[in-house]
Design a protein around this ligand. Structure first.
Ligand code: NAD
Ligand code: MG
Length: 386
């Protein structure tokens, strides 16, 4: 007799984004296994309403309160609770019905609801890497206190996580692969004049605008180094960034005997999202498979931290410790937005981040409140430097 498996009830923070919509595709592929319990968005209330109609969550939250009435009206014929505001994001994840929280919102704003979810003992499927960049140490200590697992969604960290399954020996080195982004082969002179439109054309991944710009500057890879340090307890001198333009090797782990385990696949975020939902099981998927004979050269090269200074700044922030990564993250959110809006040149982004890091108040052992203040201070400083 086939046993009924209880469907996992998933809260998706940021369901209208790139990761959020792909997570809903995963849920749609496995209606017998997963249910969207909570959906949230910042301002795209129409898409959120459409998603709610299709997936019938118990609750939706629109963070931007200006859209509350419109969303409530759009859903008034359905038994769906509608909330607004950032406080509500923290409250909905605490619901006793929620089994897992996917953090797919972008930026520092992901920190408070992630902490609320951990305190409510909800396993975290972590896409919002900024949470670990800003407050990795705090998140880790809360996860220990509340006995909450973090399942990485970022493709590199999912690859590392998969390479570690079954291992009991320490990691010698993490090989964190990077596509190199759209400007991998550009000279410094060429980088002087690149535009947002050029940066938004990522060669291998179709992602939200913020992370696409971070990928072009390689700040994204810098953040992933910080994320890897906290997720896997590995010091930065044991995390090697390797540029691999084909994005087939999603990352690897080297052990004391010299053996290297990697995870490979077609670049498709639905694979790590699905695994975070189903782990330790692997579920059937309809996604593309690797074709070994059309996949020609797999190449690997060293990153250039002079052209891509943001990567060096992330290592520097780790070296300084304390709230330094929080400062870098906040400054980066400001310059990323400014670059997108044509108010900051591409290479100027690193200059402003470096300057903000030097000027902002350093705190060796920040508390949660310190992170909130530090984020605000660094944003003000970075904005004043533009
Ligand atoms: P996106 O911009 O496409 O979507 C962001 C989502 O978060 C949207 O639903 C938006 O409504 C919501 N949101 C944004 N700001 C908010 C706020 N202040 N309050 C509440 N909700 C807010 O972004 P994305 O590309 O899906 O990335 C989401 C996160 O996942 C980021 O942290 C990113 O670094 C990480 N990530 C993304 C990818 C990818 O392939 N897109 C890969 C790895 C990691
Ligand atoms: Mg990644």
């Amino acid at each position: 007799m086939k046993q009924e498996i209880k469907k996992k009830q998933i809260a998706i923070l940021g369901s209208t984004g790139s990761i959020g919509t792909q997570a809903l595709q995963v849920i749609a592929e496995h209606p017998d296994r997963f249910e969207a319990r909570v959906l949230t968005a910042n301002s795209r209330w129409q898409l959120l309403a459409e998603q709610a109609r299709q997936f019938k969550p118990a609750a939706v939250v629109i963070a931007n309160e200006a859209h509350y009435e419109a969303l409530r009206e759009a859903l008034q014929d359905l038994p769906i609770a509608v909330y607004a505001g950032s406080e509500a994001l923290c409250q909905v994840v605490e619901s006793s019905e929620v089994d897992m929280v996917l953090t797919a919102m972008v930026g520092f704003a992901g920190l408070p609801p992630t902490i609320a979810a951990i305190r409510a003992r909800k396993p975290i499927a972590l896409a919002n890497k900024e949470t670990m960049v800003v407050a990795g140490e705090l998140i880790n200590s809360l996860c220990r206190e509340y006995e909450v697992p973090i399942l990485p969604v970022d493709s590199e960290h999912s690859a590392i996580f998969q390479s570690l399954v079954g291992e009991v020996s320490p990691i010698e080195k993490i090989i964190l692969t990077a596509s190199g982004g759209p400007f991998r082969t550009f000279t410094r002179e060429q980088l002087e004049t690149v535009t947002p439109a050029m940066a938004l054309k990522h060669p291998n991944w179709d992602m939200g605008a913020k992370i696409t710009i971070d990928s072009a500057s390689m700040m994204n890879k810098g953040f992933e180094v910080i994320e890897a340090k906290w997720l896997f307890g590995v010091e930065p001198d044991r995390i090697q960034v390797v540029v691999h333009p084909q994005s087939v090797v999603h990352s690897a782990v080297q052990f004391a005997d010299g053996a290297v385990k990697a995870q490979l696949g077609v670049p498709d975020m639905r694979v790590p999202i699905q695994l975070a939902f189903s782990f330790p099981e692997r579920l059937q998927s309809s996604f593309d498979r690797l074709d070994w004979f059309t996949m020609h050269d797999l190449t690997f090269e060293a990153p250039d931290t002079e052209r891509f200074r943001c990567l060096a700044l992330a290592y520097e922030a780790l070296d300084r410790g304390g709230n330094a990564p929080c400062i870098v993250n906040a400054a980066n959110e400001i310059v990323n937005r400014a670059f997108l809006e044509g108010r900051c040149r591409f290479l100027q982004m690193a200059d402003v981040i470096a300057e903000t890091l030097d000027r902002a108040s350093f705190i060796k052992q920040p508390t949660y409140e310190d992170y909130l203040h530090s984020d605000q201070e660094a944003r003000r400083l970075a904005a004043s430097l533009l």
